[in-house]
Design a protein around this ligand. Structure first.
Ligand code: NAP
Length: 323
């Protein structure tokens, strides 16, 4: 009997066509009604799921009887209840590495845009406000040679640090739960406690994964520790930051500016952030280039096929039930 695959978000058309040629494919469509209800209905006899950006947990997966794998088209996997998947013996895979450089590019885009007020000055120019040479209100923060603090020197954090070190002659500080000497040494990156990093950095970039210890890691106290001219960038997950504390810090000019790609609740529809000039808001586009998204979905496809053909997926993030 043909295996059944649920596609739970939009994916590349070629990969979808390849899946459809191999398996019985059901595509979840938000226009067809409640997404969780659709998943609950179809997951009963599904063998695999592929997609990104949905909360998958007991609420929608409980009816699953033979689900073998959820292949996530993402590196972060905080949307999934891993403990529940382990209990149900459902594999979870992700797509690391292929998005590292693109996401690091985006982090640097945010850093530079926020530091040099790019979006607000773009608007200012287009609105005809450029009537004489610019002055203090239009001035930004210097980047070259400054101190860049990375919270979470992992794959993406290291790629951001590399850009700062080689491209902008920056002094690199980092904070992780454990020192990462092999990543840090080539960049002359110095390990700091979170408190010291926040106090000493001109730019603070957060690149941790969301876990029990990183939830609300950057809170009101953290913003109080940062320098008044500091630029804060978050490309990790919204819940790593206490968003209200960030809004307060921006409103009260406790920091110079922020560049954000991720939020506590996405998509961000209404927010006090929209009224602030000193924040750059992007719609979670860290990995969103055509090339990278294609690499991610191909990797996710391979993880799925491996599982359905009884091989352990290369990028398994939970327990290996086959061993
Ligand atoms: P990674 O290689 O696992 O790096 C994450 C790093 O965070 C690790 O080095 C980890 O080190 C550190 N960390 C975790 N918890 C921490 C804590 N409480 N305090 C300090 N450091 C902590 O992952 P990655 O590939 O770089 O990706 C990082 C995250 O970026 C993903 O999980 C995802 O959420 C996010 N992301 C966002 C986008 C986007 O579109 N904006 C795109 C890709 C990824 P220790 O374990 O030693 O602490």
């Amino acid at each position: 009997m043909q295996k059944k695959v649920i596609v739970f978000s939009q994916i590349d058309a070629d990969v979808l066509a390849t899946l459809q040629a191999q398996y019985h494919v059901v595509v979840i469509n938000p226009k067809m009604g409640d997404v969780n209800e659709q998943i609950r209905q179809h997951v009963v006899d599904a063998d695999a799921m592929i997609g990104a950006g949905r909360l998958l947990n007991e609420t929608n997966l409980a009816p699953a009887q033979k689900l073998k794998i959820i292949s996530s088209v993402s590196v972060g996997y905080d949307n999934y209840d891993v403990a529940y998947l382990n209990q149900k013996k459902i594999w979870l895979s992700n797509t690391p590495h292929v998005l590292t450089e693109t996401t690091a590019d985006l982090a640097f885009t945010l850093l530079m845009s926020a530091a040099r007020k790019v979006p607000s000055l773009d608007q200012w120019t287009k609105q005809g406000e450029w009537k004489r040479t610019v002055s203090g209100a239009q001035f930004g923060q210097e980047i070259f040679g400054k101190t860049l603090g990375i919270v979470g020197l992992g794959h993406i954090g290291e790629a951001i640090a590399r850009r700062g070190f080689h491209g902008f002659n920056m002094n690199i500080l980092y904070h992780n739960r454990r020192e990462k000497l092999e990543l840090a040494q080539p960049l002359n990156a110095q390990y700091r406690s979170l408190k010291d990093l926040l106090q000493q950095s001109d730019f603070v970039v957060v690149a941790v994964d969301l876990n029990a210890e990183s939830k609300a890691l950057i809170n009101a106290e953290a913003f109080d520790l940062m320098q008044k001219h500091a630029v804060f960038v978050n490309i990790s997950r919204g819940s790593v930051v206490d968003e209200q504390a960030l809004i307060d810090a921006l409103q009260q000019h406790k920091i110079f500016a922020a560049g954000l790609d991720v939020y506590q609740k996405e998509p961000l529809q209404q927010s006090p952030l929209f009224d602030l000039e000193n924040v750059v808001t992007l719609p979670h586009i860290g990995s969103a280039t055509a090339e990278t998204r294609q690499k991610m979905v191909k990797l996710a496809y391979q993880n799925l096929v491996d599982a359905l053909e009884d091989r352990v997926p290369r990028y398994l993030v939970n327990e290996n039930f086959s061993s």
